[in-house]
Design a binder for this molecule. Sequence first.
Ligand code: FAD
Length: 154
Amino acid sequence: MPNEISSSRTLHRLIYTSRQAFAAGLGHDQEIEALIRASIRNNRASAITGLLLVHDGWFVQALEGPAAAVMTTYQRILNDPRHTDSRVVSAGPGGAREFGDWNMCARRFSPADDAILDALSQRSAFDPSALTDKSALRLLKAVRGIQDRTALSA
Ligand code: FAD
């Protein structure tokens, strides 16, 4: 069945937003470092790439890879108590990988960064609840572009 064969090879991309919900204890930076370490380890093993934006109390993450691996990973992430109010912004076939290097993880950038604010199409508070499938991808690609240029990383 050609369709089944091609769909099993199709790259899937899921983008979601959620709110940070770290328990008191470890510092915020340490929590993020631990989360990223586990993510890199697991994602490499599952052929998943992506980008995690950590900003202003929010997460915005893209996960790309084989559909089953993406969904399994997202289900695991969904159960993680370190965030809440997860909302899938888009999910489906994704063409080529946009975020080939998982080691990109933006978490501190200047509010004056025009590329990001332009991508958000707003100049007020960071508000991922307004992101759509297109604007979320645009935002993450803008962050990726900035990281490529400045090596701004976790
Ligand atoms: P370990 O890091 O060894 O943790 C073991 C268990 O303890 C897990 O159940 C974990 O959820 C829990 N845990 C660890 N630290 C804490 C803590 N400080 N507070 C509460 N519970 C804790 N995982 C991926 O594999 N890929 C991703 O791309 C990815 N992205 C994430 C994005 C966000 C926003 C969040 C919140 C989590 C993400 N995770 C990701 C982590 C994921 O939710 C699981 O914690 C992780 O995949 C479990 O891997 P592990 O068994 O190697 O975990």
